[in-house]
Design a protein around this ligand. Structure first.
Ligand SMILES: Cc1cc2nc3c(=O)[nH]c(=O)nc-3n(C[C@H](O)[C@H](O)[C@H](O)COP(=O)(O)OP(=O)(O)OC[C@H]3O[C@@H](n4cnc5c(N)ncnc54)[C@H](O)[C@@H]3O)c2cc1C
Length: 291
């Protein structure tokens, strides 16, 4: 199957991209790695007369360590993130999530901005962004704005981005002392989207108790979700007081609607999600204790 014909634009600045999106209106779409958009175009699930490529804009690529945080340009490939020593050191959860995305051929083309803007409910990067409280930086004809991850993912494949708004970068807080991170997922085949997955971040206090924690689930609803009630209940607990075996059930029992589809029933997804929470909790805790 071939896409409907389109005009290809390759601007050299973010400002130019935004001007094109504003001028061309609903007939235009940003293309990054094309790993999600091109299959949709080829199957004619989407048709756009104009594709505006972000790949030629140097300012949209790169990984920069800033004061207590790490900025990643939206057009930075997943492969560049996977190979980055800075990311492995400062944002280990992102580093560990990346090899779980598809296959290396996909990660060679796919970008962090594309993954986050596409907002697949089973994708790893949106869940990591949510768990780490990442900040999405955007540019539109109305100027720049920063959208916290908690406000960014609004529904199935939908986000807070306006049609004429470009995601320019994502900022993650750099890891602090006494922290541990883990991501676990189950997919039917290596490289497939996860049936369900969990990302966990734990920060201990100086006395070795849980100062705060984040539990994110993906593949279990229209967007990645945080088990906020469970997180709040765990804050201040001694690590020996947390029954990791029950934690998955507790975290998934409070979730909203979980979808059944060809791949798995809602009940099965919840059970897998619970097992992933427990496994991720145990690994993250071990790292935090040894940090
Ligand atoms: C076989 C296969 C398996 C895969 N498995 C996984 C997986 O396990 N986990 C996973 O997370 N992903 C998976 N993917 C998807 C992959 O991660 C894609 O790379 C990603 O979803 C989209 O990134 P992209 O750069 O290719 O974006 P594109 O496909 O080019 O664009 C995707 C969407 O994002 C928009 N967009 C892109 N960049 C921007 C920007 N800077 N600002 C605003 N909007 C933008 C586009 O307009 C489009 O709507 C898989 C893909 C394939 C083909």
């Amino acid at each position: 199957v071939k896409p409907a014909s389109f005009e290809y634009h390759a601007p050299s600045s973010a400002q130019e991209i935004v001007s094109l999106l504003a001028d061309l209106g609903e007939e235009a779409k940003v293309i990054a790695g094309g790993q999600s958009l091109v299959p949709m175009l080829a199957l004619r699930l989407a048709v756009f007369e104009h594709l505006v490529d972000v790949g030629r804009v140097a300012g949209l690529r790169g990984i920069e360590q800033r004061d207590g945080s790490v900025w990643i340009g939206a057009a930075t490939t997943q492969a560049a993130i996977e190979q980055s020593a800075k990311i492995a050191e400062a944002v280990p959860l992102l580093a560990r999530a990346t090899p779980l995305i598809g296959h290396f051929q996909i990660r060679n083309r796919g970008t962090i901005g594309g993954s986050i803007a596409h907002a697949d409910a089973a994708a790893e990067y949106p869940a990591v962004a949510l768990v780490l409280d990442a900040q999405m930086e955007t540019l539109s004809p109305r100027g720049r704005r920063v959208i916290p991850a908690a406000e960014f993912f609004t529904g199935t494949w939908s986000t807070a981005l306006a049609a004429d708004e470009l995601l320019t970068g994502v900022t993650f807080p750099a890891r602090r002392a006494r922290c541990g991170f883990a991501i676990e997922e189950f997919a039917s085949r290596l490289g497939d989207f996860a049936i369900a997955g969990a990302a966990v971040a734990i920060e201990l206090d100086a006395g070795g108790r849980i100062h705060r924690c984040r539990i994110g689930l993906f593949g279990l609803g229209p967007t990645p979700q945080r088990a906020s009630g469970t997180e709040a209940a765990l804050a201040g607990s001694g690590i020996a007081d947390v029954a990791a075996g029950d934690l998955g059930q507790t975290a998934t029992s409070a979730l909203g609607s979980v979808q059944s589809d060809l791949h798995a029933s809602a009940d099965y997804r919840k059970q897998v999600g619970a097992a992933m929470v427990t496994a991720a909790w145990q690994r993250a805790l071990q790292e935090a204790v040894n940090a």
